[in-house]
Design a protein around this ligand. Structure first.
Ligand code: OSB
Ligand code: MG
Length: 370
């Protein structure tokens, strides 16, 4: 394929319920969507997972937008005949900005799969026809509200529950949740809210049969995570710290984690995500698909990625209706009563992109051509 145009749109999409982590509360998503168009007039869609501010990572919407407009899109539209994987290679001379790169790279993968007439998940090498789903539940206004939310999600069929923790909302909350739900698959995500000074807290958490503790320490650390992992029974899972396939190799070698959360944006797209998955699988490290409060487009890419063989644990990919009044794809993503999402059979991401709805939500737009 030869990419001849890239369209960027920024949309605003209010969340049904606020989402709070140790780094703050989100009530409305600001999302950059990418449409790549090739010389034959075929198209593909991708989503940039950069957030509304530089809190989860240093990238955010206002770094991603100009980086896409001024550097990444011009490189890809000036390219010769290339594959989706090669579109990622073209962008390598720009350092960092992996979420911005992933928005284009994943769109190229969608385009390539559509042109081949195959579902993206098969095109990527996926092997499962359905993916196991969990939910990520943010910090709530009260423990009671959290318990009610968990109850609702379990009734919806979700297979595991992840709760966010931070200082002041940790041990006592986990105690209450475990008491009320003794049997569920439960885990916590700290989004880097702690230091090694909290080793006693993590030792105390060992009692509650958590599947894992996600990213307890600094967002750019592996060394201290290795020290922590050696001190506790519960598995450490890294999210923020794994930005590249090399990071995965290093973290595993250091013993910094026993599980890895893979996010397409954080690792720069499907090609690198596949490399992280392969590295983890070869080392006996299970992976699962993280979420970034994506619209349907990013969600569809997550579903495709999570069909790869190494994704053996339930992820954070859940139904559109948990986030949005109306999604930007049709049909919306739905979850079965037993907690699975089926991989779609249509070509590419396998969902229709609702361009009318996207146009109505658009707050800025840019078109880059060769
Ligand atoms: O750490 O996994 C995280 C959302 C935004 C930023 C970071 C994270 C999250 C989630 C939400 O946990 C997962 C989702 O429901 O999309
Ligand atoms: Mg996380």
């Amino acid at each position: 394929m030869i990419i001849s145009a890239i369209e960027l749109r920024e949309i605003r999409l209010p969340l049904i319920h606020f989402f709070e982590t140790s780094f703050g509360r989100t009530t409305e998503r600001q999302i950059i969507l990418v449409r790549v168009i090739d010389r034959d007039g075929a198209e593909g869609w991708g989503e940039c997972t950069a957030g509304e501010g530089p809190f989860y990572s240093d990238e955010w919407v206002e770094t991603a937008w100009p980086t896409l407009v001024e550097f990444l899109a011009p490189i890809v539209v000036a390219g010769k005949e290339n594959s989706a994987a090669e579109s990622g290679d073209l962008m390598k001379r720009i350092r960092g900005h992996r979420m911005a790169k992933a928005a284009i790279e994943t769109a190229c993968w969608d385009l390539e799969a559509r042109k081949a007439g195959v579902p993206l998940w098969r095109h990527l090498g996926g092997t499962r026809t359905r993916i196991a789903c969990g939910v990520s539940i943010g910090i709530q206004n009260s423990p009671q509200e959290l318990l009610e939310k968990i109850d609702t999600e379990l009734n919806g069929g979700y297979q595991r529950v992840k709760i966010k923790i931070m200082p002041g909302w940790d041990l006592d909350i986990v105690k209450q949740v475990r008491k009320r739900f003794p049997q569920i698959q439960l885990m916590v995500d700290a989004n880097s809210a702690y230091t090694l000074a909290a080793v006693p807290l993590f030792k105390a958490l060992d009692e509650f049969d958590l599947m894992m503790i996600e990213q307890p320490l600094a967002h750019d650390d592996m060394f201290d995570h290795a020290k922590l992992q050696a001190e506790i029974k519960t598995s450490v899972c890294l999210d923020e710290s794994i930005r590249t396939p090399a990071d995965a190799t290093h973290a595993i070698a250091l013993g910094a984690c026993r599980i890895i959360n893979i996010k397409l944006g954080r690792v720069g797209g499907h090609t690198q995500a596949k490399q992280v998955e392969a590295t983890a699988r070869q080392n006996g490290i299970p992976v699962w698909c993280g979420g970034m409060l994506e619209s349907g487009i990013g969600r569809a890419h997550n579903i495709a990625m999570a069909t790869l063989p190494g994704f053996t644990l339930p992820g954070d990919v859940s139904a559109s209706s948990r986030y949005w009044e109306q999604d930007v794809i049709e049909p919306p993503v739905t979850v079965s009563a037993d907690g699975f999402i089926s991989a779609p059979e249509k070509a590419g991401i396998g969902f229709e992109v609702n361009l009318n709805r996207i146009d109505r939500l658009t707050t800025r737009k840019e078109r880059i051509t060769s």
